[in-house]
Design a protein around this ligand. Sequence first.
Ligand code: UDX
Length: 421
Amino acid sequence: MKISIIGTGYVGSVTGICLAEMGHQIHFVDIDQAKLDMINSGRSPVFEPDLDDLLLKNRERITTTTDIAKAIRQTTLTIICVGTPQNPDGSSDLRFIIDAAHSLGKGLKKDQKYHTVIVKSTVLPGTTSTVVQPILEKESGKLAIKDFGIGSNPEFLKEGSAVHDFFHTDRIVIGTNDPKTKDALKALYKSLHAPFFNTDIKTAEMIKYVSNAFLATKISFANEIGNLCKLNEINSYEVFRGVGMDSRINPHFFRSGIGFGGSCFPKDIRALISFSESKGVEPRILKAVIRTNDEQPQKLIALLKKHLDIKGKKIGILGLSFKPDSDDIRESRAIPIVLTLLHEGAEIIVYDPMAMPAFKNLFPGISYARSSDDVLKSDAIMIITEWQEFSNLNYTGKLVIDGRKVNKAGREATIYEGICW
Ligand code: UDX
């Protein structure tokens, strides 16, 4: 199939390149020519394992343009993948979606064939039908379902394993009331052999939020139980191994620790809270999930203070990205940790295999180590991200406060505190 992908950020790049690998012709559209230039030169605009290799392999099936109307003319299906950042009050900023819809609508006006528009960006229930569709109809002078197709197809990709997740997805959610759109999406993903879940547009939009909210809830639940376990000298990992053997529960996403970060969980839960409140439903559980998550970094600091008067001491931070194998520091737990340590007068040295350039923009005044070994020379070491290489360090004789359960540190350090174990 011939497909336009609007937006070459994380979701757009991964989706487009993986669809090219499946044999589809991809037209990437972005307002940022620099990102398109990167794609044209064989480099993905976002870091993700295996993505550059797939891009190079499928180059002849990939073209780029800043002209949406041109892309629409050459394709039959458009997937909107632009960002939906967070407003200061937690709600979603739909600016990019709205801009894309206006340009798309103008393009649809000149397109003679039946073109299908799919929203893959994470948007609150109702957004596709009440925001995107009316703009498309107004700009094109056409009617949804009669003259063009419309639907929602949320993604469930994890950073660091997005290519694998794309090809091994548990389900493909197809939200539409339009039989032609449903058929188009089924044809698009046919070779993935994943189950299709057909529903209406706003249910599909809700499924995305509820999936993220439930996973984040599991993590905050594991952290709350983990805090209780810690006080009772119980290893919460052992507890959740036992709990997760119940098939009604399953063992995944129970890794207790310093909490969740990233571009999705915190933002999506805040948006769901704001959505819920706007409808008059008090989101008690969701608020508690965020609160527990916000408190975990301070718990790690409290453990450090048990062993050390922080003021004037050199504290080494291992890991800055919100998860391993990523250079993304959005909502990383390293941020509140460094802020608190600075506030308390500590000297800080940090190391991360990939995220130091991004962190430097936020904290230019702290020391950036050349290797993880340099961090080990500090008065105390805090583990914030479980990069594989931190499992190969020699922690003998060290004071280690661990937010991510690096077992070797637990075995070797002279003084060791795990946050939930
Ligand atoms: C998440 C969802 O998993 C994905 O389906 C959605 O499309 C986007 O948001 P992502 O944020 O990339 O993906 O990473 P994920 O692996 O889910 O981790 C998010 C955060 O939770 C990380 O900070 C991670 O360290 C933390 N986490 C995850 C835990 O603290 N414990 C766990 O058991 C799992």
